[in-house]
Ligand binder design. Structure first.
Ligand code: PAF
Length: 284
């Protein structure tokens, strides 16, 4: 396994590999790799000749009062995990390399970034689509793998790839959960003991709403209210629900009233100082 730190070198590697007829799968990450990331890598390994994992804590997708400074990092541990999974190249660029002086271009998906995480994090998705476009241009992948925990991010990237004609297949990979149901996230490492114990209540509340849905409760607002109510009952640490909403799973538009199409129940919760997101598809 190689570690490549510089954008010119990774682009030269990718160009040469593509010219030699090799297929490339990219797994973009911000590091502090957990089992969710490892699942992306396993799926990538099955599908391409070469697997590139990028590790870059992208500053432009964090707002001024967000957790950029607290974002957990462990490059050595990450490299060891990548090696075990048979990754070919880990790309670890610096800020100065990706955003040199005079950098001033951004990629924006306009509509589906406005609500949900975009409402609470105004420039977040622009930061994501800008860096992901750069990573696509640098690593020239045939396929790129993203987790479904970031459901809106996945929809935004799919939109961008269609709108900008990137010749890349986007593969969404199911959420990996801890035994207690908590969705795997690098940010879970920032949860103190009590919050960590209570965090699985988020998934339990979503699951409860799904059961009610399957038993016949089809009103969007009522289902969302049951989620908030459950969290109030189960969580004693300070927390705030940023949103709990039901969206059309394909169009990513909010469903109000009676649910008639395939939908997804999405949530963002601030538990103590940590922002957690999760989602569950509602099927009959
Ligand atoms: O999901 C993430 O870890 C990041 O948003 C991504 C896609 C690597 C872009 O920085």
């Amino acid at each position: 396994m190689q570690q490549i730190k510089c954008s010119k070198d990774i682009q030269a590697f990718a160009l040469e590999s593509r010219r030699a007829g090799k297929t490339i799968a990219l797994v973009p990450t911000m590091g502090y790799l957990h089992d969710g990331h490892l699942m992306l890598m396993r799926k990538a390994r099955e599908k391409a000749d070469l697997v590139i994992v990028s590790i870059f804590v992208n500053p432009i997708q964090f707002g001024p009062n967000e957790d950029l400074d607290r974002y957990p990092q462990d490059l050595e541990g990450d490299l060891a995990k990548c090696k075990t999974l048979g990754v070919d190249v880990v790309f670890t660029p610096t800020n100065e390399d990706l955003y040199p002086d005079l950098f001033q271009t951004s990629v924006e998906v306009k509509e589906i970034t406005k609500d949900l995480c975009g409402a609470g994090r105004p420039n977040h998705f622009q930061g994501v689509t800008t860096v992901v476009s750069k990573l696509f241009n640098l690593t020239l992948p045939n396929l790129a793998f993203f987790g479904e925990k970031d459901f809106q991010q996945l929809a935004v990237i799919r939109r961008m790839v269609i709108d900008l004609n990137f010749p890349i297949e986007i593969v969404g990979v199911e959420i990996v959960r801890e035994r207690n149901g908590l969705a795997m996230s690098s940010r879970n490492a920032n949860l103190p003991a009590r919050e960590r114990e209570e965090a699985p209540s988020i998934y339990q509340a979503l699951s409860h709403a799904k059961t009610l849905y399957q038993q016949g409760l089809k009103e969007s607002e009522k289902l969302c209210q049951t989620v908030s109510k459950q969290l109030e009952e189960k969580i004693s640490s300070p927390f705030r629900v940023e949103y709990v909403k039901i969206y059309d799973a394909l169009k990513l538009t909010e469903i109000k009233g009676r649910i008639t199409t395939p939908t997804v129940l999405l949530i963002a919760v601030h538990l103590g100082g940590t922002r957690l997101i999760d989602n569950l598809q509602l099927e009959n």
